[in-house]
Design a binder for this molecule. Structure first.
Ligand SMILES: Cc1cc2nc3c(=O)[nH]c(=O)nc-3n(C[C@H](O)[C@H](O)[C@H](O)COP(=O)(O)OP(=O)(O)OC[C@H]3O[C@@H](n4cnc5c(N)ncnc54)[C@H](O)[C@@H]3O)c2cc1C
Length: 296
């Protein structure tokens, strides 16, 4: 039996694994795709303290090496079911495991437009997070897709850096705070295009432009897709309380189930970044360590 099973090998899960293993707990991480989580697809990360400038792939490799060298077990298996109890049972596509504690660190994914080449262009012109990748487009022309608070906030952020910013929204009115909209509309380097979608992504190896649903073609250096995120919480929808947006409802990385903790982008929070994910990994792990100290 394991002391701790961690579901998800992103920054939150890896951090939790490092803390649990250093507390001498028998710890395993299950990851269904690749260690590193979302950050593995980022071309460059420059806001993670201690790493001035590092590719997401290298950061993911560093996560893996650090955890393995400490003795954290890591398996590429998808967790399909958790049966909670004093001893939790965790079923994967390869087997069944038992543990005193489960830490859910399954993350989230940015919602995509569903266009051909979109996935290939991530990190090659397509980005999601302006505080992560905005600086790479300084002085350039970008589009922000969406019309909510985060899209308009991202457009304002980029307008401060870029030569020209297009905000493209499918609706006939922006669904953001009015003060944000007024600020955006006052800027000379911003063009707001409404009731229009993106029909085609242009470029061979990287994004060079877009064709809109009205057939207008816009040359671009980059495009930020800001149409929301999807929490990866299907696995636990009948196990713990979810918010209306399907995030695990937790302020402090605990859940209403004893011995089940949560960390990272899959829980309710305002800011989803590397630093907030690793902070959660630490909190969940320390909660888990205390729980196991009192486990009878
Ligand atoms: C392109 C891109 C660039 C980014 N750039 C930056 C940046 O520069 N700086 C920054 O601070 N943040 C950046 N972010 C955000 C950052 O990557 C996330 O906030 C962070 O990765 C969240 O960590 P996490 O561990 O909570 O979740 P995730 O990274 O989402 O990891 C969750 C992991 O759980 C796995 N998983 C899910 N369900 C299961 C299951 N049932 N069984 C097994 N495994 C499962 C997933 O495959 C995934 O690997 C970026 C995000 C993207 C997409």
């Amino acid at each position: 039996m394991y002391d701790v099973i961690i579901i998800g090998g992103g920054p939150a899960g890896i951090t939790a694994g490092i803390y649990c293993k250093r507390a001498n707990l028998k710890t395993i991480i299950f990851e269904k795709e690749a260690i590193g989580g979302q950050i593995a697809s980022s071309p460059l990360v420059e806001n993670f303290p201690g790493c001035k400038s590092i590719s997401g792939a290298q950061l993911a490799t560093n996560f893996l090496e650090q955890a393995e060298e400490l003795g954290v077990e890591i398996e590429i298996e998808e967790v399909l079911e958790i049966i909670p109890g004093k001893i939790n049972k965790v079923k994967t596509d390869f087997g069944e495991y038992e543990s005193k504690v489960v830490i859910i660190a399954t993350g989230s994914k940015y919602r995509l437009l569903g266009l051909p080449k979109e996935v290939d262009f991530i990190g090659k012109g397509i980005a999601f997070c302006t505080s992560c990748d905005g600086a790479f487009f300084k002085g350039k022309t970008v589009a922000v897709i969406g019309g909510g608070n985060s899209a308009v906030g991202n457009a304002l952020y980029m307008a401060n850096l870029c030569k020209k910013v297009y905000l493209i929204d499918i609706c006939d009115h922006l669904i953001c705070e009015k003060t944000l909209e007024a600020k955006l509309r006052s800027l000379d380097n911003v063009e707001i295009i409404q009731e229009t979608g993106v029909k085609e992504l242009l470029g061979d190896d990287e994004l060079k432009g877009i064709k809109l649903t009205n057939d207008r073609v816009i040359d671009l250096d980059g495009m930020f897709i800001s149409i929301g995120m999807v929490a990866q919480t299907d696995l636990v929808k009948d196990l713990v309380k979810l918010s209306p947006q399907k995030y695990i409802d937790s302020e402090d990385c605990t859940t209403e189930k004893n011995g089940i903790f949560v960390a990272g982008d899959c829980r309710t929070k305002n800011i989803r970044q590397l630093t907030t994910a690793v902070a959660d990994g630490t909190t969940a792990a320390i909660n888990a360590i205390k729980y196991i100290e009192n486990y009878k």
